[in-house]
Design a protein around this ligand. Sequence first.
Ligand SMILES: [Zn+2]
Length: 490
Amino acid sequence: MMNDLENGKVPTSSSAKIYEQSYTEQDGTKLLMVHDQEGKWLLAVGEGVIFNDLEGTTLTNDKKVCPLSHENRLVLNHYFDYTVPRAFGTKTATMGLGDRLGLASPGHIETVRNRAVKPILAQQSIRELTLLNRTMKDMLDAASFAVFQEGYKDGFGADGDHIKEEKDIEYALSLGVSMLTLDCSDHIPKQIESLSPQELVEQFNQLDEETKAYFKNEYVNKTFSVNGLSIQFDETNVMKNVLQYAKSLNFMAHVFDTYISESPRPIDFEISIDETETITSPQAHFFVANELQRRGVSVTSLAPRFCGEFQKGIDYIGDIDQFEHELREHALIAEFFGYKLSIHSGSDKFKVFPIIAKYTKGVLHIKTAGTNWLEAVRVIANTNPSLYRRMHTYALQHFEEALAYYHVTPDLDSVIPLDQVEDEKLADYMNDDAARQLFHVTYGILLTAKDENGEFLFKDEFFATLNQQEDVYREALVKHIGKHVDLLGL
Ligand SMILES: [Zn+2]
């Protein structure tokens, strides 16, 4: 293999998979990614700075086998710009493609190639990383190596997703993320909606005089015209919006001033106010956007909490007409302020994708994550039924634990018992909402579960199966995520 590579030829092999599109020659070094029994490697032949900088096992003076290590990822980043995450700004549609396993990006790249959307290949929240014992470095390494493997040069992003703490913002930015999703839910009080009129006035009156005067002057009995939409405030809803969002607005402005506007490289800055119990009305959305603009905070995208339910991994639940009515207004507001509307928990919302497509007109951010893991589970069901059965049983036994982290409401009694399903039909579980949600929320439990000897119950076999079946997983993603992209008109 190495000799072919030395002669500038992409080799063939019966014992290893060759990623032809990874072949690269630069500054005297030829590089190729391959996959053998033990995993993936970067073969390097030649001389010069790239060859010298890569760590690995030297075979002869000019031939090296290099692991896909964090250090080698940094070397690729240094010499090949296209392996570095980048920001995309407010005019380009982007799709968050959370890859909990570090295996999905090749399929994602194939899905979005030549489409009107850029992939945010790396996207994991601190919650997800913690549940999986994964690190932000692992996430970024996997994305960069996938881009190199696929020879994908059209640009990708990396999102420090749903970050709440300043130390995590600093850390994510220091590692090179190109997008930051600021989760403001800790600064948005619950139960403002349920205050009595008297309690509302009492709480509002506790604010300082300057703040009260400002908001009263600026909003009470005012009407704002937004791209043909008329947004009105009376005293009650001004007080509500102030109590609901004033604290979080200070936090957003602080983060923007401290980290985003000071960043030496462009960062896609997303504001998330979706992780709350309170639905973001178009009026509340306008209020937040208008206040951000006044404070000089420029955002790339903003995620409201839409009406109805965007539960993980299943289709939209709620009144479609009301959703369309409000989505149209949210989209007009986002357009007016010059940022992208962001749709969280966007996996599998097929019923509302055409509506989203119609009003966002190809300029949006949408996040998907769990569905990519569910497609991996589907591959397991199809190719390793015994493993699937063990995982399914374990997930049922440990479902309650997962509810500490996720809001889902599957009717588990409706899931057909495992012993009534033949191997060939196991993958059909991934077409059943309740079974999907069962797996959707138990990923961390399943992939970290250990037996009494400290061995992983499922993780090693799970990854070994997926590594063997990487083409099947790729095709599954191209089909499933491709359906998302098609319906979104991207
Ligand atoms: Zn969210």
